[in-house]
Ligand binder design. Sequence first.
Ligand SMILES: C[S@@+](CC[C@H](N)C(=O)[O-])C[C@H]1O[C@@H](n2cnc3c(N)ncnc32)[C@H](O)[C@@H]1O
Length: 355
Amino acid sequence: MTAARLLARTVRGIESVVAEEIRRRGLGRVERLGHREVWFRSADPGPEVLGLDCADDVFLVAAAVSGIGRDRSALRLLAEAAGNVPVEPLLALRQRCGGRPRWSTVDVSASFLGRRNYSRYDVEDAVGGPLAAAVGLPYHGRRGGVAPPPGGLSWRVTVADDRALVALRIAERPLHRRQYRQQTRAGSLHPPLAAAMVRLAQPHQGARLLDPCCGVGTIPVEAARTDPTLSIVGSDRDPASVTGAVANGAGTTVSWAVADAGRLPVATGSVDVVVSNPPWGQQVPPSGVLAQRPERFWRELRRVLRPGGRAVLLLPDANTWLPQAADAGMKLVDRRPVSLFGSHPEIVALEVAER
Ligand SMILES: C[S@@+](CC[C@H](N)C(=O)[O-])C[C@H]1O[C@@H](n2cnc3c(N)ncnc32)[C@H](O)[C@@H]1O
């Protein structure tokens, strides 16, 4: 048995959902939640850590360094810490957790909070040199926005206040890059966020789940991965999106349909949970009922949901829409802001009152 500290990175706002997933899957003891981070300790980590659906990525913690100031002497401290990383045991642990045993280059991705007299590239180079030397491979820097080649050994450095963390990515590519995603379109949802929304909807085993604006199907497919007993329907007004959803959902039992969200292809009171990100952002303009009579969309959601049913929606401008939801008889039970690629929508949970 080899105990290890691990770090899951995720979308800002769903850290607690990732922590809950870690507990439920029995992956370890959650130690703390940070900005986009969930730290946990495992007595005996294995490949199951790569099954975290709500995390963007999972890392083995290699070093924690304190005394990292704003001036460039921090770079020397970071280089020293990187030089002292116990590389061999970490690589063995990474392989036990499902990491590939071969790699061609070493790359580092760094981020920090607050103003400092050095750049993220300075941090990456300070750490990347010693780590590459320790494994005897070339270091691939990212200066100028150059993406590292695939198949590298990827390290991550995060600096917050006066503390820095050096961590080793376990998988070869980020967990949020799902194999099933053959097709994406403007507005396609980030898969870990879709997986988190499904969990927040709390569908019971065998529940019926509907996404009435499914696009290329991210939410229905994530729901099918989360619980194969669910009965899932994905519909969208745009036939080309539904074609993409069919491709992405190959191998699942999701039913797909072309339909306007004002006239959904399901019977009254037949749906347990609705999970969706409707087109109220700037990326995808609303059309049909959502453009012309959005209040009818809420009434239609209310119609299809059973009493006590729940809707979990990603809304960029929740305050605008919540009054319409309330008018349709849907009660707000939870809202949490998330940060996603520079935008700050909210995940909103609504419930239909029991009759
Ligand atoms: C933000 S995208 C959803 C993205 C989706 N979650 C995915 O991952 O691909 C919004 C979707 O709503 C659809 N849409 C727009 N107006 C609609 C309407 N009136 N009824 C149903 N779908 C509509 C668009 O075609 C688009 O696919």
